[in-house]
Design a protein around this ligand. Sequence first.
Ligand code: ATP
Ligand code: MN
Length: 428
Amino acid sequence: MRIYVNNLNELNDNERITINGWVQETRKIKNLMFIILRDNTGIVQVTAKKNTLSNYNEIYDLTRESVISVSGILNKKSVSKSGVEINADKIEILSYAETPLPMGVIDKVSVDFDTRLNNRFIDLRKPENFFIFKFESELLFGIREYMNSNNFIEVHTPKTVAAATEGGADLFKVKYFEKDAYLNQSPQLYKEILISSGFDKVFEVGPAFRAEKENTVRHLNEFTSIDIEVAFADDNYVMGILENSMAHAIKHTIKKLGSDVFKYNSSLGEVKAPFPRITYEESIYYLNNNGFKLNFGDDFSPEAMKILAGKFDNFYFITKWPVDLRPFYTMPDENNPELTKSFDLQLNDIEITSGAQRIHNYKMLEQNFLIKGLNKNNFEFYEKAFKYGMPPHAGWGLGLERLVMNLLHLSNVRESTLFPRDRTRLSP
Ligand code: ATP
Ligand code: MN
């Protein structure tokens, strides 16, 4: 079994071990040197002596961030900071790091975000950055676990498509042999088709592409979308799935990662379902009483969202959006045709999810193609699935990076993206 730094405390004093990692620092006193070895669980001090190491001279010249394999005796009575150290009798150099490093791993001098992203492979060696992706992994595990135990089927729909999900601008065009194709903005149309196929509850985690030109702290051009669609369900039903899956996943993540999560967000443990709900119209009313001049049909600016968020602790829903602010497939409200059975889930002042009950009557869909100025011919493959038996259905799409960004109180969605794609960045 491989041994990691965070296992060392469980092992016996004087036990012979082998451990691998990166050379974080070295301190040298001629015939004796100390190496701070780092793996992705922590750091440990390695003591290397000239008279016990055959390749001492080589080790003496080791550069920071080189990769080594250390064999030796565990000393649990060490006076070093961590209380354990390894007295090495064999050190193998697996990979030698060149100097100077493009940026440091532990240096206190801060580098700008562009330099960090240009050298993301090193930036991610910093424990506080690596932690973000451990958190993301556990959170997604928790969401999957919830979906799985509620009989969702995980699916994978195509990302190269012939037509835009919602028509419109935000599309990347790609060459597809002799035709044009697009990178999909959302699995929306495909998950709806699967509802007509009788899949009942579908769930997808996959990339979504948006060619939006704005460069903001919450927009990426490629993000990870978590999507669900449920047959015989309405907006309320899928809001329930959403709030319960969030609460479950957060609980799982805290249990798995422990108190480290509270270094990022000290009130993460307070998230509880159900989440509060406010209608679009109530939000307009509230904002008008708090210094904004908003009319029915207006969208909310980031400034307005900040004020509205002040009313709530963490997650909340904004429900019943006007028809004009929602996509063509959104079900109108039966009590007021100007409104829809739709919702956004907000986390503080940022939108995390949009969802709704969808239209399942193809004549109604056709009308909406006209109203929204969409070319009906592009949607033939989709509409067809509505003509031969389509249950009522509802669902939502959630941006994973945005969720992690906000749960960990990060200031930029790029922090919770391994290799962000934005208006100016396509590499690494
Ligand atoms: P916004 O208004 O914030 O640009 P949107 O309403 O266009 O978002 P939707 O089409 O509703 O986004 O997508 C569903 C979810 O996917 C959003 O709530 C968000 O979490 C995420 N998302 C959408 N666009 C992006 C993006 N460009 N970058 C990162 N996440 C995104
Ligand atoms: Mn939205």
